[in-house]
Every structure is written in C-alpha cells, then in structure tokens.
Write a new protein. Structure first.
Length: 276
C-alpha cells in the first residue's frame, strides 16, 4: 500500500499544461467514445431478458420499497411522498452507480490498456455518459408518477438539462479521480462503497430540508449532491424555479473538481500499464 501511495505522489510531480488536451482527444476519438458508451450500456444488462428496460425497472422497484418502508418509520412525511422520494432517489442512483463503476473503469480494462493505445480518459468519460443515458431513461419514472398523481409538468422542466449538466460535470471529475487512484490503491473501491452508504443518509433523499436539525444544516450544505437534489425537487416536486445561486456554486465546484481530476488522471495514467 505504501509503495502505491508513493507512486501516486511521484507521478503527480510532472508539468500540467501539456496534458490539458481533453477536448482534442474526445473529438479525435469520438467514434471510440460512442462505441464504448454503447458497450457499457449493453454490458450492464448482458444476457438478461429485458435488457436496457432494467434501467427503468431497477429504480422503480427500489423506489417502491423506500416509499413503503420510510413512511412506517417516519412520523411525518411530505405530501405525495412517492414523488418526493422519486425525484431524489433516481439522480442519487445515477450518482452512486457511476462512481462505483468508475472506480473499476481502468482496472477492468487492463488487458486492452496494455495492448492498444487510446486516450485512457475515454474510459471514465464513457462510464459517466452511459450512466447519463440510463438516467434519462429512468427519468420517465418521475414523469409517470407526476401525471399519475395529477401534478403533470410545468415550464420549470426546461431547467432539467442544466441540472443534469452540473451533475454530469461533477461526476466526471470524481470519476477521473477514483478511476485513476484505484489502480494504485485497490482498497479505495471498498472505501467508496462505505462513503456512498453514508452519503445516502447525508443527502436529503427521503427527508426534506426543513426536517434537518439546525446543527446539521451547514454539514448537509457542504454536500454538492444535496443542492443538485434540491434543484431536481424544485422543478419536479415543488414545480418552482430552482435556486440558481447554489446551483451555480455547485457548478463552479464541479468544474474545479473536473479540472483537478483530469490533471490527476493524466499524471497517474503513465503508470497504469505497470500496475495492471
């Protein structure tokens, strides 16, 4: 473990500017990216009868379980609680699934990395992008419940792509970091699972912002996903304008994490072949 940590810091001690060519690489290898995204989507449901339809049923079944259990253990739940959970749980599932898969993105492609040259950043980018496709499919569940409960959608749904973009950028930055570091520190994959489990309860998914004890409000506010969840809940559940101030701050943080994450990824990728 100590040797792995030493290699990480050693590889980071290289210049920054010459590696910041992500857009050039994405454009040059755009066909490879498309192919990899399609492969990721098919691979998730390989040999299953329903295939990609599980992108719809998995979150739906999970949602129904939570919608039944949490009202039993919570004294007060918001009106239309199924929708309340739905608009938060589905984005959270996109977040956790993507990070979990990203931690294995490089390790799982060890054989091809050793044999073929291609921009390694294609791998975490494809994980985040294929996750976004699944998320878009799962969004149909939100719309179904909105119409089933007679709420429908409002003009504020036009802000959905903006919120998704912020979440995508945040996930991209985190995926760069975890996919690269896990190559050298394999225990990180298991640590991520624990962090995400804690994050589930530290994110207002099954409870509202108003029920958070005052002493914990500031802690929750440091969680970028909390603000993204608030934004989704604003446009779908409360059907109002999202808080663009907090969303802009999270967006800026997401961009910063992505820049730093890409920098870390490019430095650490130099030793991928030797470590895999």
């Amino acid at each position: 473990m100590k040797e792995g940590v030493y290699v990480v810091f050693k590889l980071l001690n290289i210049s920054y500017k010459k590696d910041m060519n992500i857009f050039k690489n994405i454009y040059k290898y755009r066909e490879l990216l498309k192919t990899t995204v399609k492969k990721d989507i098919r691979g998730r449901y390989k040999n299953s009868v329903l295939g990609v339809i599980w992108s719809f049923f998995n979150p739906l079944l999970q949602l129904l379980v939570y919608a039944i259990i949490f009202p039993l253990i919570m004294k007060n739940t918001p009106d239309n609680y199924v929708i309340f959970i739905c608009v938060a749980l589905i984005p959270w599932t996109y977040f956790t699934t993507t990070i979990s898969q990203a931690s294995y993105a490089i390790i799982g492609s060890g054989n091809i990395i050793k044999k073929v040259y291609f921009p390694r950043e294609i791998l975490p980018i494809s994980i985040v992008t294929s996750g976004a496709v699944n998320f878009l499919i799962s969004t149909a569940i939100i719309l179904i419940f909105l119409f089933a409960y007679g709420l429908g959608v409002t003009k504020y749904i036009i802000f959905y792509p903006i919120i998704l973009l912020v979440q995508y950028i945040l996930l991209l930055g985190i995926s760069f970091i975890v996919s690269a570091i896990t190559v050298y520190f394999r225990d990180l994959e298991h640590i991520i699972g624990i962090i995400l489990m804690v994050g589930f309860y530290a994110t207002p998914i099954f409870y509202s912002e108003e029920t958070i004890p005052e002493s914990f409000v500031n802690i929750i506010n440091f969680n970028p996903m909390a603000h993204i969840i608030y934004a989704y809940r604003d446009i779908f559940y409360y059907q109002q304008m999202p808080n663009f101030t907090s969303l802009a701050i999270v967006g800026a943080i997401a961009v910063a994490i992505t820049v730093i994450g890409y920098f870390i990824f490019k430095k650490l990728q130099k030793g991928f072949a030797e470590e895999l």
